[in-house]
Design a protein around this ligand. Structure first.
Ligand code: GDP
Ligand code: IMO
Ligand code: MG
Length: 433
């Protein structure tokens, strides 16, 4: 028996993965991040404390062992800051870092910005954290890995080579750009020394842990629609931000991944560029943005918001093999009436059978909606009280909304969430390892 659960976002990220990784981590031994880097921002509210993690697996508030696996890209400075922040909160840190995760350097961040500018309409509106350029170097096979970082004699010649190439590239965009290679080397050598105690062969470690009967929870970053292979290309990120990325990103065989939990926000949000068929621009948009605090965790950008798009989420249910869904941020729709759900798209007057994946086609599609009655606004205390009482205490229109999502997606709803706090959670079906 393999004891594994994966938490995946089924939309454009920020679905509330952090909250539910923390929730499910209560029964886990190890929490594993397997894709992305510090483009992610995962928020957890527990025991009156708010945690915002970019790289640290979200089991950290519960002092669970965390593994940053090979599929991630790591900005060492950001990781060290997160370690420091947890120490300040008197948290014990049980962190392991894969020796084969790739390392983000300052020139990656700079190239991220320059490449975006030159892409014009094809720019994804990246977080400018160097994610794309680092994954590009990984694919081109001249990227540097954590193993290189912690071995200065290997780091130096590899960094010299990469720096030379990157400098030439940056100078095409910006001829005046120049930084001192020795400064970068010294800085990164120092990061390597600090991170060395955490470094392991994560594939071997995780497989051994599974063999020993440990419960492993996989934490996706970003969302299925942002995935490089099956997302909304080119307006997404550079990793497989879905369940398909788990095996490649950890070294755990596909047949050992048991349960896939898809997180669905009660509406849709998106940071960055690209067509968003159900996007709202009216007062409802402002209301949802304020009530859901829809401002990027990493960049602070106001998130674009719109009605729930179940047509593209269905695609995510298919490619991820989702077993159960968790619906989040239902409270954030309070006071909005009516509420809509997109069930399909029309193209040239014809209903489509499946989400059309190509951005050029999606741009010409018209979303088709079902309309639902909304529910009234409540105070935080009232939502918390409702959560304590359970499902039947939810406003009736909300229960109808939840049941309709269940029917339209043809999937089980395991939990619903009516607030950021761990306690503002209603369990319909237990999720066990
Ligand atoms: P992630 O990237 O998927 O982990 O999501 P983020 O943390 O970036 O964004 C989700 C935001 O919604 C965070 O601020 C959470 O604290 C918050 N949140 C999660 N679930 C709920 C909920 O049910 N209601 C409300 N109001 N906020 C929630
Ligand atoms: P979490 O894990 C929302 C978006 C960016 C941009 C595109 C590419 O918190 O859900 P990148 O910096 O990855 O090259 O940017 O992807 N993006 C996210 N949007 N949540 C995230 O992470 C995101 N990570 C990247 O806004 O459109
Ligand atoms: Mg986020």
């Amino acid at each position: 028996m393999n004891n594994t659960i994966a938490v995946i976002g089924l939309s454009w990220g920020d679905e509330g993965k952090g909250k539910f990784v923390d929730y499910l981590a209560q029964k886990a031994d190890i929490v594993v991040r397997y894709n992305g880097g510090n483009n992610a921002g995962h928020t957890i509210v527990a025991n009156g404390v708010k945690y915002k993690f970019k790289l640290m697996p979200s089991g950290a508030p519960l002092e669970k062992e965390g593994v940053i696996a090979n599929g991630c890209v790591v900005d060492p400075k950001v990781l060290l800051e997160e370690i420091e922040n947890l120490k300040k909160l008197n948290k014990n840190i049980y962190l392991k870092l894969s020796s084969t995760a790739h390392v983000i350097f300052p020139f990656h961040r700079i190239l991220d910005g320059l490449e975006e500018e030159s892409k014009g309409n094809y720019a994804a509106g990246t977080t400018k954290r160097g994610i794309g350029p680092t994954y590009s170097d990984k694919a081109a096979r001249w990227g540097l890995r954590v193993f290189d970082l912690i071995n200065p004699e290997i780091l130096k010649p590899k960094l010299e080579k990469l720096f030379k190439i990157k400098k030439e590239l940056i100078n095409i965009y910006d001829p005046s750009w120049s930084v001192n290679l020795d400064t970068i080397y010294e800085e990164y050598k120092n990061y390597g020394e600090q991170l060395k105690p955490y470094v392991i062969d994560s594939a071997y470690y995780l497989n051994k842990a599974l063999d020993a009967g440990k419960n492993i929870l996989f934490e996706a970053a970003q969302g299925s629609l942002l995935g490089i292979d099956h997302g909304y290309y080119p307006y997404g990120t550079s990793s497989n931000a879905n369940a398909l990325g788990i095996s490649a990103g950890t070294g755990i065989p596909p047949k050992k991944i048991n349960k896939i939990i898809g997180i669905v926000k009660a509406y849709t949000s998106r940071v960055g560029e690209g067509k968003f068929p159900t996007e709202l621009f009216n007062d409802n948009a402002d209301k949802i943005r304020e009530q859901g605090h829809e401002y990027g965790t990493v960049t602070g950008r106001p998130r674009r918001v719109g009605w729930l798009d179940l047509f593209n989420i269905k695609y995510g249910i298919m490619i991820n093999g989702v077993d159960k869904v968790i619906i989040t941020l239902l409270d954030a729709l309070e006071g909005i009436n009516p509420i809509k759900i997109c069930t399909t798209y029309e193209l040239n007057g014809k209903k489509l059978e499946s989400w059309p994946i190509q951005s050029e086609i999606i741009e010409n599609c018209v979303p088709i909606y079902k309309t639902f009655e909304g529910w009234e606004a409540k105070s935080r205390d009232e939502w918390l009280n409702i959560a304590k009482k359970g499902y039947d205490a939810l406003p009736e229109p909300m229960r109808i909304y939840i049941q309709s999502i269940k029917e339209l997606l043809n999937t089980d709803i395991a939990m619903v969430s009516i607030g950021p706090d761990r306690r503002e959670t209603i369990v319909l079906e237990d999720i066990n390892f």
